[in-house]
Design a protein around this ligand. Sequence first.
Ligand code: PLP
Length: 728
Amino acid sequence: MSLAPDTPRTLTLAGSADIERAVADLTLQLPQPLAPLARIAYDYMWSWMPGGDDVFRHLDPQRWEMVNANPVRLIHEMKQSELERAAKDTELIAGATALLQRIDADHSRPQLDCSASPERPVAFFCAEFAVHRSLPIYAGGLGVLAGDILKEASDMALPLVGVSLLYRQGYFLQRLDESGYQHEYWVTVDPDRIPATLVHNEKGEPLTVNVPIRDRDIVVQIWRIDVGRVPLYLLDADREENSPIDRWTTSRLYVGDRTSRLAQYALLGIGSMRALAAMGMDPSIVHINEGHAGLAPLELARREMAAGMDRHEAFAAARDRVVFTTHTPVGAGNEGYEVSAVAEVLGSYPEQVGLDVDQLVQLGRTHPDNPHEHFVMTPLGIKMSRFANAVSRRHGEIARQMWQPLFPERPVDTVPIDHITNGVHIPTWMAPPMRSLLDRYLGEGWIHRASDPATWAAVDSIPDAELWQVRNELRRDFAGFARERTVANRLARSNSRELVEAAEHGFNAESLTLGFARRLATYKRLYMLTMEPSRITDLLNNDEAPFQLVLAGKAHPQDEEGKHSPQGIFGYQGSERAASRISFLDNYDLEIGRQMVAGCDVWINLPRPPLEASGTSGMKSALNGGLNLSTLDGWWAEAFNGRNGWGLDGDILFDPAVQDTRDAAAFYDCLQHEVLPLFYKRDFDGVPHEWVARIKESLKTNGPRFSATRMVENYVDRAYDLREHARI
Ligand SMILES: *Cc1c(COP(=O)(O)O)cnc(C)c1O
C-alpha cells in the first residue's frame, strides 16, 4: 500500500489523534500568529531542517539554552508578555510558517516504493535512542546510531517505527570533581514537558498492555514522539497499578542490578511486540538493534502458537521476520545471566512458547549443553533472526570468528553474519556553515544523493580558500564554546581562580584543535594520551606549532577504572600552558558532541584493536572537514586510504602493555612529525593547501560511504528485503 499524497499525515498511525490534541493544547499557550510553532514543536523534524533551531532560539536565546532546546518547555516557560512581543516579529513568523510548510511538504511525499506499510512497518527496537539533546533517553553511540536511523528512515519515507522505553530518569548526568574523578546524578524527566504524548484507546483512556515479569503482570503505557515521519513509541511502567519495584523498571537506562536489567530487557522485547499489536500494527520486519530486545522473537513465536502453529513452525515464522544487529565484541556488551536469574524474571513465560527454562537458556548459549554458560542475548539474536549483521567490515570478520562455535559445521568465512557498516545522518551532523558551502557546490538536492560518490566529486571545485574559511569559522565558534564550558566546569569544580582564568583567556581560534570524545571504557585507551608526558610537555612548549585539546566522555557508573580515567589528563592542569589549552568537558552529550565534531581539526580515536565495532564520531568529524587520526580498527580500517587522514597500525599484539607503548609512540610521532607541520604549512595566501587537499579527499571518500543514507539503503535492500526487485 502506498499513501496518496493528500492523506492526512497524522491520521494513519496509533497516537495520531493524541498528537493532534497535544498540538491543540500547546496552541492555546500561543498568540495566534505563533500558532505554527505548536505543530513544529511536536515533530523533531525541525531539528534537522536547516534553520529549524534558529526559529525557536530566536524566541528567547537564553531560555532556549536553559530548557536544553526543548520547544515544548520553551513555550510553556516563556512569559505571556514575551510571547506577545514575539508575535509582532514578522520575520520570526515568516520563518516559522515557512518551516512548517517544509515539514508538511515532507510529510506529504509518497512513501518509499516497498512492501512495508504503516500497518506493516519495519519495527526498530533499541534500548536507547539519541534523537535530540532535549530527549535524554540515550547513553552513547548505540543510541545515536538508532536516532540517526529513525531520521534517515523519515527522509527516505520508509514506513518504520521505533520502539524503546521512556526512562523517567534517563541516563546519568556527569560531574567531574577537582581531581578529575567522575560523579553521577540523575534528573527526572517530566513527560508532559517533552514533545511526547500518551497513546489513548477509543474510550479515551491510556492504551496499556500487560507484560509478565516475575509472574506478575506489569502494566505498561505507551508514549509517542514524532521523529519526522517516523513515530517513536516508548513504553512506560510508571503507573499506579504497578508496585514501586515494577515502576522502577523504566526508570534508568543501563543501571541497576543484573535482574533489574533483565526485567527491563524483557519489558522491551516482549512488551514492545504487545504494544505494537495493541496499536494495530503487525510489523513486516522486527529489527533488533543490539541484544537488549532479544526476547522479541519469542513473543512473535508465542503469538503464532496461540494462533495454532506448532512450535517448530512458529519459531521458523518468527525467525523469518527478524533482523538482528550486533554492536560490540566487548564482553560487557554481551552481558550474561544465570539460569536462576532467567527463571526468576521470566517466571512461567517460557512455557507459553513451549519451552522449559533450560531450553530457553540453551537458546542464549554458544554451546547449548554447557551448564556453566550463561544466557546471552547475542546468540539468541543470531539464532532467532533471518539476517544478522555486524557494523563494519572488520567487525564482521571478528563477529564471524567470535560466533563461529554457533555454527560448528561452517568454516569461519561462511558464518551467516554479514556486515552493514554504520553511517551518520548528514543533516543532523553537518554544521550549518559546511552545509551551506556544500549546498552551493554539490548541486540542488545533493543531500538526497549523498550515498552516490559522484555527488561528492564536485568537492574538488570548491576553492581551497573557501573551504578553509569554513574550517576557520567552525574552529572559532568551537573555541568560544570550549572556553565558556571550561570556565563553567572549573567554577563548579571549585578550582582556583588562576585555573578558571586560564580557561577564560585560553582556547584560540587559530590553533590546531584536537578532539577526543567517547565512552570512558578501558578499551578506548584514553590513558594513551598521557603515556609520554615529556613529549606532551615538549609539544606544549613549541610556540611555532601550538595545539589545543578538548576531551569529553562518560564512564559507566559501575566502572571504577573508567571513572578515574580523566585524572591522567587533569594531572596537566598544573602547567599554565596546559590549563589554557587542554580541557575535559563535563557531561558528554549530543550538544557537546555536535560542537566538538564541528570544530575540531583532528579527531583522535585510539581503541585497542579489534574492540571498536565501528565508531561513528569520526564520521561526523569527517563531514565537517575534520581529519581522523585513528587506530585502523572499526570503520576507519575500511575508510582510510593513506590520503584522507592518518591511520595507526591496527594489528593485534599479544601483550597489551607492549601494544600500548608502541601505539602511544606511533600516535605522538604522527602528531609531531606529520599533523602539526602540515597544519602550519601555509602558502603566501595563509591557506594550508596540502591540509585542505586532505580534507577534500576525506569528504569525497567518507561522505558517501559513511552516510546514514547508504546504511539504511543497505538495510532495506539486504536485510529487510522489502523492495519488489529484491524479491524476484
Ligand atoms: C557519535 C556519538 C557517540 C558515538 O561515538 P563513537 O565514535 O562510537 O565513540 C557517542 N556519544 C555521542 C554524544 C555522540 O554524538
